[in-house]
Design a protein around this ligand. Structure first.
Ligand code: AMP
Length: 117
């Protein structure tokens, strides 16, 4: 069994984080340390540690993450100017919380997709 992260507690409303969206498959809330003016996390309610752990049965949930991103982008007023969706995986991807989540980033120019190191 994968170990729970703080995201499971947020999903179960055990810690008081304002939710922007929740249904039977996914939950969305603002990132605690926003990198840009709009920075929202869209998280499956089911604990899936990394994209490597995704199963075929999760396809509906993963699709829901996209449709919820689209809905929230519209609500945030960033649809027309555009935004970026990111899912990090493991060390090279820079993943810190091992419960998959999609970052919805926007509200300003986001620069190049990958910064030069
Ligand atoms: P990642 O590097 O893709 O795993 O991103 C993890 C994200 O979770 C970071 O952007 C953190 O700022 C964010 N985060 C960590 N703890 C919380 C929390 N309690 N509430 C909201 N966002 C969080």
């Amino acid at each position: 069994m994968a170990e729970e992260t703080i995201f499971s507690k947020i999903i179960r409303k055990e810690i008081p984080t304002p939710l922007l969206y929740q249904d039977e498959l996914v939950t969305a809330f603002r990132d605690i340390a926003p990198r840009v003016s709009t920075h929202i996390l869209i998280v499956p309610n089911k604990l899936i540690p990394t994209i490597n752990d995704v199963e075929q049965e999760d396809e509906l949930t993963l699709g829901r993450m996209i449709t919820v991103a689209k809905k929230l982008a519209k609500e945030e007023g960033i649809s027309q100017d555009g935004y970026r969706l990111i899912i990090n995986c493991n060390e090279h991807g820079g993943q810190e919380v091992f419960h998959i989540h999609m970052h919805l980033l926007g509200g300003q120019h986001l620069g190049p997709m990958i910064s030069k190191t």
